[in-house]
Ligand binder design. Structure first.
Ligand code: FE2
Ligand code: FE2
Length: 201
């Protein structure tokens, strides 16, 4: 996936490991989509000092996509005999959010970049899952479709980042965040989650 600027790439082995427990993976995935929808609605009210045309439209569009993804993943989960639970832990996203600085523009910029990072890594993971789930036509098609949708979200978040701050500022911060993301992901424990660590054996 040469178009993805990630600093680390997921081995196919990870996909086979997490797909060994597809129900747990779908539950984790459902929570990510819910969180992404919440995050988009929250970002919607955080436009920068100067009104930015397209801001509200972008985030309401993303929120609608994420709610649709949540509905899809829940439908697949229920059909396969699973159900959503109430509690969900996401140490990967929490560690990324800890990188967000306080203060008007810096905070909005960092939140956009963290959102872009999560979309970007999800994209990469969905590509691996789409390949590894080849024996399961429904899951393979679902993951491949999500790759395209989340790639669009990553691009739109990064584009907004470049609209609210100077290019050299965004470039530097983005490179820093990409490096941090690879470190944070490498620290995650293995398990049936979209942002779990890859167990190397
Ligand atoms: Fe999504
Ligand atoms: Fe997304």
């Amino acid at each position: 996936m040469p178009e993805l600027p990630l600093h680390s790439f997921t081995p196919e082995e990870w996909g086979h490991q997490v797909l060994a427990d597809p129900i747990a993976l779908l539950i984790d995935h459902a929570f990510l989509e819910k969180k992404a929808a919440n995050n988009a609605m929250d970002m919607m009210t955080r436009w920068p000092n100067d009104w930015l045309p397209g801001w509200v439209e972008t985030f309401t569009g993303v929120a609608r996509d994420e709610a649709a993804h949540l509905a899809q993943v829940t439908r697949i989960l229920i059909r396969r005999g699973g159900r959503l639970c109430r509690v969900h832990k996401n140490p990967y996203a929490n560690a990324l959010r800890a990188l967000v600085r306080k203060g008007e523009t810096a905070e909005t910029l960092d939140r956009l970049l963290v959102s872009a990072l999560i979309e970007l890594r999800s994209c990469e993971r969905f590509a691996v899952l789409g390949k590894c789930a080849a024996h399961d036509a429904e899951l393979a098609a679902f993951y491949n479709a999500l790759y395209t949708s989340e790639l669009g979200h990553y691009k739109v978040f990064l584009k907004l980042a470049y609209k609210i701050a100077e290019k050299p500022v965004v470039d530097t911060r983005w490179q820093h965040m990409l490096a941090q993301e690879a470190r944070i992901l490498a620290e995650q424990l293995p398990g049936p989650r979209i942002h779990s660590g890859a167990r190397v054996e």
